[in-house]
Design a protein around this ligand. Structure first.
Ligand code: ZN
Length: 430
């Protein structure tokens, strides 16, 4: 008998034709077996009664352990922000890292994210939270030059150790997290790439987030960051560049040619007032794969992909004086299919199709915020009207991890109280 049957949902399939259909989804051994009208029974049957079913979101850039650092450096100039973050970050211990990661993972599963890409040190601690909360994490160990790090030992060696330890884990996928051109030398980039070439790891990085970063790099190396990364032989199809807000058209073309992906982080960029608006229309025109990241809770201050999709679409429309420039469908594509492509998992994630992993999110169609939902307006409702409170049920890898708006795997109150305690501790140290 199949493990799970979701009956009578409005299914936003995200298949090649972007069909939205009313029907059922049958799940067996963690994968989708059938989509449409089905017959027969299952171990667990969920009656959707017209609720909206979407693929789980892929949050393509965050720092989940920073979830306990909300409000630590809001409304200050960028250099002040960095100063406060570095000071807080330097004093972190496993206890508060884990408490923050648990809180962030809980926020994500409760808001429909089933896969996220993280960049931080101590990803082995963060992995524990991923396992507990039941979602999937592409955990990219922060790699930078030895002279800039607070990590013990050489960051790339730490990253390799983390990879060896977790490479067989089904929901923890190790990656390499290059912090940025301002703290990573050519050697660090190329050694990371060599390891990625041998082992197929994602090369995740911060790229061209601020104008200062781009100008500084040009002053030092004679080239803007993307051209420099291309010329040293780093850019490739396993690169996922967060931000990419300050790119010229030539840089967009270089990214497209290398088949690199972008994780745009509109809320973080707007809140930090770093000025650049990622040239998404040009990226789409030139064929760059676009995904969306929330960035960490110290810059966003939320891990809500609904808010991120809406903000992205609105920012682009407003910036170009053109309401057609990023549609609701495109925003949803970035948050699902774009994310799955960015992490090299298109055959497993990003849509509700037979054979893919069952990562499913059910939204309450009767919630005032998204009602009335029909197959015709469902995508628009998901992007422009929905919020995390609408998420009723979440399935990851075929297992129900959120039921009736509560995690079935952890004690939510305990996660929150431990996080509050850890945050107090962390702030007291400043
Ligand atoms: Zn970041």
């Amino acid at each position: 008998m199949p493990d799970l049957l979701i009956k009578d949902a409005v299914i936003v399939t995200q298949d090649a034709k972007r069909r939205v259909i009313r029907g059922d989804v049958r799940v067996e051994d963690g994968r989708i077996k059938e989509v449409g009208r089905t017959r027969g029974d299952a171990d667990e049957v969920i009656e959707a009664n017209g609720d909206v079913l979407i693929p789980g979101f892929v949050n393509a850039h965050t720092h989940v352990a920073m979830s306990i650092m909300k409000g630590l450096a809001d409304d200050v100039p960028f250099d002040k922000f960095l100063e406060r973050m570095f000071a807080a970050d330097a004093g972190r211990k496993d206890f508060d890292l884990l408490a923050g990661a648990r809180l962030g993972c809980l926020e994500m599963v409760r808001s429909g994210t089933t896969t996220f890409v993280d960049m931080y040190y101590s990803e082995d601690v963060i992995a524990k939270a991923v396992e507990e909360l039941g979602l999937r994490g592409v955990l990219c160990w922060a790699v930078l030059d030895k002279e800039f790090t607070t990590q013990k030992g050489v960051p790339l060696d730490n990253c390799k150790r983390f990879h060896s330890k977790f490479k067989a884990n089904p929901r923890v996928i190790p990656g390499i997290g290059l912090q940025g051109v301002y703290v990573c030398s050519k050697e660090t980039f190329l050694e990371s790439k060599a390891y990625s070439d041998e082992n197929g790891l994602l090369l995740h990085m911060h790229l061209s987030e601020t104008r200062g970063e781009v100008y500084e790099h040009k002053k030092k190396h004679g080239k803007r960051p993307v051209g420099w990364l291309r010329d040293i032989g780093f850019l490739g199809d396993r690169c996922l560049a967060a931000h990419s807000a300050w790119l010229t058209i030539n840089e967009v073309r270089a990214m497209a040619k290398a088949k690199a992906s972008v994780a745009t982080c509109p809320v973080s960029n707007m809140k930090l007032a770093t000025g650049g608006v990622a040239p998404i229309p040009e990226m789409l025109r030139e064929g760059v794969n676009v995904s969306i990241g929330t960035d960490g809770s110290s810059t966003n201050n939320s891990l809500d992909m609904f808010g991120e999709m809406k903000t992205l679409a609105l920012l682009q429309k407003s910036n170009r004086w053109d309401a057609t420039v990023v549609s609701a469908q495109q925003a949803l594509d970035f948050a699902t299919l774009g994310g799955s492509k960015a992490i090299g998992m298109t055959s497993d994630l990003g849509s509700i199709e037979v054979g893919k992993k069952a990562d499913l999110v059910m939204l309450d169609a009767n919630a005032a915020s998204i009602c009335p939902v029909t197959p015709e307006n469902a995508v628009s409702c998901v992007v422009y009207s929905a919020n995390p409170g609408n998420v009723r049920t979440v399935v990851c890898d075929g297992k129900v991890i959120v039921r009736n708006r509560r995690s079935v795997l952890v004690d939510e109150d305990k996660v929150a109280s431990t996080a509050s305690l850890a945050a107090k501790d962390l702030l007291a140290k400043r």
